[in-house]
Design a protein around this ligand. Structure first.
Ligand code: SF4
Ligand code: SF4
Length: 152
C-alpha cells in the first residue's frame, strides 16, 4: 500500500510532519527565513568520485546517472511534496548533469544530524562542493528532511 508523506510544517505543533494525510493544508505554512544553504557541485568537478560514498543520504550521483528518492533512503511508493505533487520514490529520474557529479537537493540535508559539516565538501580535492544560494533551509527543516528521508 502506498504511503503519502510530505515536508509540511504543522501550524499547531510547530514541527515538520511526515504524514501529509494527517496534516490539513490550512494547518501548514512555509517558513520565510532561512539560515542554511544547500550544497551544489560546480563544473570545476574533476569526477574523482570521492564525495559519493560519503553522503549519508545517497544524494550524490555520477554524471549522467539516473537517480531515485528511494536510493539510500527509506522512501517507497508515493511521496507528497509541499507543491501538491505526489511522486513515485522508486521512479528513475533524469540526471541533473551529464558532465560532472551532481547533488539532488531534495535528498541533501547538508549532513545535518549526521555530521558536523558537509562531508562532500570536506573530502572534495578541488573544493567544488559549495553553498547553493538559490536553496536555503533552516536547521529545523534539514532535520525534518532527514527524518522524512529515513522514516525516523
Ligand atoms: Fe550528501 Fe552531506 Fe553533501 Fe548533502 S552535504 S550532498 S547530505 S554529503
Ligand atoms: Fe567532483 Fe569533488 Fe565529488 Fe570529486 S569529490 S566527484 S571533484 S564534487
Amino acid at each position: 500500500m502506498s504511503k503519502l508523506k510530505s515536508f509540511k510544517l504543522c501550524y499547531i505543533c510547530g514541527v515538520f510532519t511526515s504524514l501529509y494525510v494527517l496534516t490539513p493544508a490550512k494547518l501548514t505554512f512555509e517558513l520565510d527565513f532561512y539560515t542554511e544553504m544547500a550544497i551544489k557541485i560546480t563544473d570545476e568537478c574533476i569526477n574523482c568520485g570521492a564525495c559519493e560514498p560519503e553522503c549519508p543520504n545517497n544524494a550524490i550521483y555520477d554524471a549522467g546517472a539516473a537517480w531515485r528518492y528511494s536510493d539510500g533512503t527509506s522512501l517507497r511508493g508515493l511521496i507528497a511534496f509541499p507543491d501538491g505533487t505526489a511522486r513515485d520514490a522508486e521512479e528513475a529520474r533524469p540526471a541533473v548533469s551529464d558532465e560532472v557529479y551532481f547533488i539532488v537537493s531534495d535528498k541533501c540535508t547538508e549532513c545535518v544530524g549526521f555530521h558536523d559539516e558537509p562531508q562532500c565538501a570536506a573530502v572534495c580535492p578541488v573544493d567544488c562542493c559549495v553553498d547553493d544560494e538559490d536553496i536555503r533551509e533552516t536547521e529545523e527543516e534539514l532535520l525534518a528532511k532527514k527524518a522524512f528521508l529515513h522514516l525516523e
